[in-house]
Design a protein around this ligand. Structure first.
Ligand code: NAD
Length: 336
């Protein structure tokens, strides 16, 4: 069994705790939060000795640590862990900026330690089925596409964690925190033909409230390396729904990846729907595959198989986010 720990015992730590409790590959030895009550509560539910300073983990002979802290803290914590010979599973986004993300990737290369990123929706059943269809060429090449994200974030969501809603803590809002999953999925699914190449976009704050300073809406025209263009509409201002759809028009069908499953509309009008299997107890708009991805991370550590969430594959998502934030309508190349 590998020895592991978590740093950050807030909202999404529950998904990590559930996956690590009675995990077949790893035992949860420690849980760290700067708020002692949170570390204690996590420990009582999922196990691990509660601590308040992550630096106490350095000499604990750990194989891996999950970093589940605010965005602005990821680079320092992750690089400290890698420097101490510990493999890291980091929540998305890797970092707020491309430069920081690149430093983290370099550190993983220098130390030879695995740095994985939690884009769990890559392993949702609908995503995996879409990937198989695309790579088989069954319906031809990607011609165009659409990313649609309509969530609701405001008020309590921002007030319950001080880093959220501020550029210094979160690095943005609707694009870097919520829409990043669907933007990453676009890059992941199109990676077989080169992924996202460049984009022009806009972002801004539409709500006239002062509970957050970050953007709550953004749009982009995204150029894939294969020549197709994808339009993205993203907002956190829609009270009515939690949609994150990715539609891809192929030469002979339209496929749509949703939380609920994969829809294929063939060129003769025939429609096929493959429903997603939803694991109970996981918040569905986060995707349902935290546990699956965490198991894959440990399998990669044990037998050296390539990890589907390897940090090198997570740089593009940070670059796409930064590009939408800085484009102001200009064409920006995406780094990978
Ligand atoms: N993959 C997903 O679907 C998903 C969903 C939600 C959040 N997230 C990501 O998970 C991360 C955490 O988000 P959250 O919503 O759980 O935040 P949160 O604010 O609920 O929890 C963060 C916790 O980290 C603790 N913390 C802060 N600095 C620390 C430090 N230096 N050492 C130890 N603990 C520290 C805080 O006290 C807090 O308890 C973010 O990167 C977020 O984007 C991912």
């Amino acid at each position: 069994m590998l020895r592991t720990a978590v740093i950050g015992c807030g909202a999404v730590s529950r998904n990590h705790g559930k996956a690590l409790k009675n995990n077949r590959y790893a035992t949860l030895e420690y849980c760290v939060d700067i708020i002692p009550e949170r570390a204690k509560a996590f420990s009582e539910t999922y196990g691990g000795i509660p601590l308040t300073d992550y630096r106490e983990l350095f000499d604990k002979n750990l194989d891996a640590v999950h970093v589940i802290t605010p965005h602005n803290t990821h680079p320092q914590i992750v690089m400290d862990l890698l420097d101490h010979g510990i493999n890291v599973f980091c929540e998305k986004p890797l970092a707020i900026t491309v430069n920081e993300a690149k430093q983290m990737i370099r550190k993983s290369e220098e130390t030879g330690k695995l740095l994985g990123v939690c884009f769990q929706n890559r392993l949702n059943k609908a995503t995996q089925e879409a990937k198989e269809i695309l790579e088989s060429g069954k319906y031809g090449k990607i011609v165009s596409g659409m990313v649609l994200v309509t969530w609701d974030r405001g008020g309590k969501y921002y007030s319950e964690s001080p880093w959220r809603g501020k550029y210094s803590g979160e690095g943005g809002g609707c694009i870097i925190n919520q829409s990043i999953h669907t933007l990453d999925m676009l890059d992941y699914l199109s990676s077989y033909c080169g992924g996202v190449e460049s984009l022009s976009g806009f972002d801004g704050k539409l709500r006239q409230t002062d509970d957050y300073e970050v953007e709550d809406a953004g749009m982009a025209l995204i150029n894939l390396s294969c020549g197709a263009q994808v339009v993205a509409f993203c907002t956190n201002c829609y009270k009515g729904s939690k949609v994150c759809d990715l539609e891809l028009r192929l030469e002979h069908a339209v496929i749509t990846v949703r939380q609920s499953g994969l829809t294929i509309v063939e060129e003769d009008g025939n429609t096929v729907f493959h429903p997603a299997t939803v694991l109970t107890g996981e918040k569905s708009e986060w995707g349902v595959s935290h546990g699956l991805l965490i198991d894959r991370f440990y399998e990669a550590l044990i037998d050296g198989t390539p990890f589907v969430g390897d940090c090198h594959t997570a740089l593009a998502a940070v670059s796409i986010v930064n590009a939408i934030q800085h484009s102001k309508g200009r064409l920006i190349k995406v780094e990978r």
